[in-house]
Design a protein around this ligand. Structure first.
Ligand SMILES: OC[C@H]1O[C@](O)(CO)[C@@H](O)[C@@H]1O
Length: 572
C-alpha cells in the first residue's frame, strides 16, 4: 500500500489549482474498494465455463444426456436446469441490491460492504462444497445476494469519498474491475477445465473467496464515508474521515467542507422527507427515473448477449474458434474501459453516453444488416466479428462505466442509498429477464423464435432509445460536488441546459481559488486537534429561499453565489 502510494505521489496528477490536501488517499481507497467489481465480474463470468466442464456435468447431471463434442450420451443438463443454475444468481443480486439500502443507512457504507462480502463467502463456500444442483443453486443465490449488495455499495462508497474533480474516473474503476473479473474467470476456467478431478470446477469457485477476504481485510482499515457520518450527525467523525481522505490536519480550515455538506443535508431534509416514497417525489423522482432507466438500458444494449451467450452464438454462426473469440471480446471489453476513465473527466458524463449510444447503435445495425442481408462467407463472418468488437469498444468506454458513476452522483444524501439501490436493482432485473429469455429468442426448434443475427436489430434499437433518454434526462455532473448537483436539479429544469450550470460553477470556482490563494489556513497554529460542531445560520424551517438569499442572479440566469453563512464551532 505504501509503495503504491509513493508511486501515485510521483505520477503527476493534474490536480486542479487551489484544491487543498492530497487526492492520493481517496484515490487509493476508491481503487481498493473497486475490488468488489472483480468479485462481480468473476462471479457472473465463471459459470459459462463451469457448465461446459466434463467433471461438473458428470457430478451434477441428474440423468439427462446429450451429444457433446461429437460424443453421444454424455451427462448434461436439461434447458430448465441450465436456466435455473445461470439465472438464480441474478435473482439473488436483485434482492441483494434492494437489501443494500437499509444496510447502508443502518450500519453504514463500510460495514455494509463487509457484510456483503461475508454473505458472498457463505454462498461461495456452499458452491465449493456442493455436489448436487439444489445446494449449488442455493450457493449461487446467496453469493448473488452479496454481489447485488456490493454492486450498490461500492459505487456509493466511491462517490461519497472521491474528490469531485476525479470522482468519475474513480467510480469508473468499478467497471474496469468488473471487466477484469470477467477476463480472469475465462482464464481460470480455461486453465482448470481439463483436470480429471473435482478441482476442475472447485478451484475456479474457490478462487473467488480470495477477493472477498481481501476486501474485508482492507475495509477494516478504511474509513467510513464523511457523508454517511454527517447523515448520522457524527460531525466530528466526519471531519476526521475527511481529514484522512484528503490528508489534511484536523485543524485545517479546509475541513469546513464538512459544515457545507451538513448544512446542505439539513437544507435538503427541510425540503422533504427521506422515505422510499420520497424517492419518487419531485426532482428526486426524476433522478430516480434517470438512474433506473440508465441501468436498465445498460443491459438492453445487448452487452450480455455477447458475454453470456457469445460462445454458443459464435459457434452456431460458425464464426471460428469460440474460445479465441471469447478471449478477444473479453480483452476488448477490458482494454476499452481504460480510455473511458479519462474521457469521463474530459468530456463529461452526458457527451460520453451520447457518443457511446450512437456508436453502439450504428455498429449493431451493421452486424444485423450483414448477418441477415448477405450470404454468409468467411469475409462477412470476419466483418461481423470486427463490428461486434467495435460495439464492445463503444460500450466499454461509455455505458459500461458511466452507468455506475451517474447514480452515485445525482441523488441527495438523504435518499442516496435507497435510490441507488432501486437503480441497481433495475440493472439486475433486466439482466435476469434477458438471461432467461435470450436462449428462446435466438434458439432454433419448436417454441423458439430463431432470431439469430436479427437480435442485433433489437439491441441496436434499444441503443437508439437509450441515447434519446440520455438527451432528455441526464444532467452533466462533471466537476460538481454532490451538493452542487442538488443545487443544479433545483435550478435547471431541462437536462440539456445543465451545461449552463457547469459554466456558472466553473466561474465561481475560479473566483474562489483566487480568494483562497491569499487566505491563511484556518486555525493554523492550534496545537490541539479541534472538535467540530456544525452551526447553521438558518431557522429550522429554512427552505430554498435561504439559499437564494445567498445568491444573486444575473439577467442571463447565471448564478453568482456569495459565501453562505456557515460556522464551524470549536468544542472547548
Ligand atoms: O462489461 C460487461 C459487463 O458489464 C456489466 O454490464 C456491468 O456493468 C455486466 O452486466 C456485464 O457482464
Amino acid at each position: 500500500m505504501m509503495q503504491i502510494s509513493s508511486i501515485l505521489e510521483r505520477i503527476s496528477l493534474p490536480v486542479p489549482v487551489g484544491v487543498p490536501g492530497s487526492a492520493v488517499p481517496a484515490i487509493l481507497v476508491g481503487l481498493f474498494v473497486a475490488l468488489g467489481g472483480v468479485l462481480f465480474g468473476y462471479d457472473t463470468g465463471n459459470i459459462n465455463g463451469i457448465l461446459a466442464m466434463k467433471q461438473f456435468r458428470d457430478q451434477f447431471s441428474t440423468g439427462f444426456t446429450d451429444t457433446i463434442d461429437g460424443q453421444d450420451n454424455q451427462p448434461d443438463f436439461t434447458a430448465g436446469q441450465k436456466a435455473l443454475i445461470v439465472s438464480i444468481l441474478s435473482a439473488g443480486t436483485f434482492f441483494g441490491a434492494l437489501f443494500a439500502a437499509p444496510a447502508a443507512d443502518k450500519i453504514g457504507r463500510r460495514y455494509g460492504l463487509m457484510v456483503s462480502c461475508v454473505i458472498f463467502i457463505v454462498g461461495a463456500l456452499l458452491q465449493v462444497a456442493s455436489s448436487t444442483i439444489p445446494v449449488f443453486a442455493v450457493g449461487r443465490c446467496v453469493a448473488g445476494l452479496g454481489v447485488g449488495m456490493l454492486s450498490t455499495l461500492v459505487p456509493l462508497y466511491q462517490a461519497e469519498t472521491a474528490p469531485k474533480w476525479i470522482r468519475g474516473a474513480i467510480c469508473s474503476a468499478f467497471q474496469f474491475a468488473v471487466t477484469f473479473g470477467l477476463f480472469l474467470a475465462a482464464i481460470v476456467d480455461n486453465a482448470t477445465k481439463n483436470r480429471t478431478n473435482s478441482g476442475a470446477y472447485r478451484i475456479p469457485l474457490a478462487v473467488q473467496l480470495a477477493w472477498a477476504v481481501i476486501l474485508i481485510l482492507g475495509m477494516i482499515a478504511l474509513p467510513e464515508t464523511p457523508r454517511y457520518l454527517i447523515k448520522r450527525d457524527r460531525h466530528e467523525d466526519a471531519a476526521r474521515s475527511l481529514a484522512r481522505l484528503r490528508r489534511l490536519p484536523m485543524d485545517s480550515r479546509y475541513l469546513a467542507e464538512i459544515a457545507e455538506i451538513a448544512e446542505h443535508h439539513e437544507h435538503e431534509l427541510n425540503l422533504g422527507g427521506s422515505s422510499y416514497l420520497d424517492c419518487f417525489r419531485g426532482s428526486l423522482g426524476k433522478r430516480l427515473m434517470t438512474g433506473c432507466l440508465l441501468q436498465a438500458f445498460q443491459q438492453l444494449t445487448g452487452i450480455n448477449f455477447i458475454f453470456y451467450y457469445g460462445t454458443s452464438y459464435f459457434s452456431s454462426a460458425d464464426m471460428g474458434d469460440p474460445f479465441v473469440i471469447t478471449m478477444i471480446t473479453n480483452s476488448v471489453n477490458m482494454l476499452a474501459t481504460i480510455p473511458g476513465l479519462f474521457m469521463i473527466e474530459r468530456w463529461g458524463r452526458r457527451p460520453l453516453l451520447l457518443f457511446g449510444g450512437i456508436g453502439m447503435a450504428v455498429s449493431q445495425f451493421l452486424v444485423a444488416g450483414l448477418g441477415t442481408g448477405l450470404t454468409q462467407s468467411d469475409a462477412t463472418n470476419k466483418a461481423s466479428i470486427v463490428l461486434i468488437c467495435l460495439f464492445i469498444f463503444f460500450y466499454a468506454c461509455s455505458w459500461g462505466p458511466v452507468v455506475w458513476v451517474v447514480p452515485g452522483e445525482i441523488f441527495s444524501l438523504k435518499v442516496r442509498a435507497k435510490s441507488m439501490s432501486l437503480s441497481t436493482a433495475s440493472n439486475w432485473l433486466i439482466n435476469w429477464a434477458l438471461a432467461y429469455s435470450v436462449p428462446y429468442m435466438v434458439g432454433s426448434g419448436t417454441g423458439n423464435l430463431n432470431l439469430q443475427a436479427k437480435m442485433f436489430f433489437i439491441w441496436a434499437s434499444f441503443c437508439l432509445l437509450a441515447t434519446i433518454t440520455v438527451w432528455c434526462l441526464v444532467y452533466e455532473t462533471k466537476g460538481l460536488s454532490l451538493e452542487q448537483v442538488d443545487e443544479m436539479y433545483a435550478e435547471i429544469d431541462k437536462a440539456w441546459e445543465s451545461h449552463d450550470f457547469q459554466a456558472a460553477i466553473a466561474l465561481r470556482n475560479s473566483q474562489r481559488r483566487s480568494v483562497n490563494s491569499q487566505a491563511q489556513p484556518w486555525n493554523r497554529h492550534s496545537a490541539k486537534a479541534p472538535s467540530y460542531s456544525v452551526h447553521i445560520e438558518a431557522s429550522p424551517s429554512s427552505t430554498l429561499e435561504d439559499t437564494e438569499r445567498h445568491q444573486s442572479r444575473s439577467s442571463r440566469g447565471t448564478i453568482i453565489e456569495q459565501e453562505p453563512t456557515i460556522m464551524l464551532r470549536q468544542f472547548p
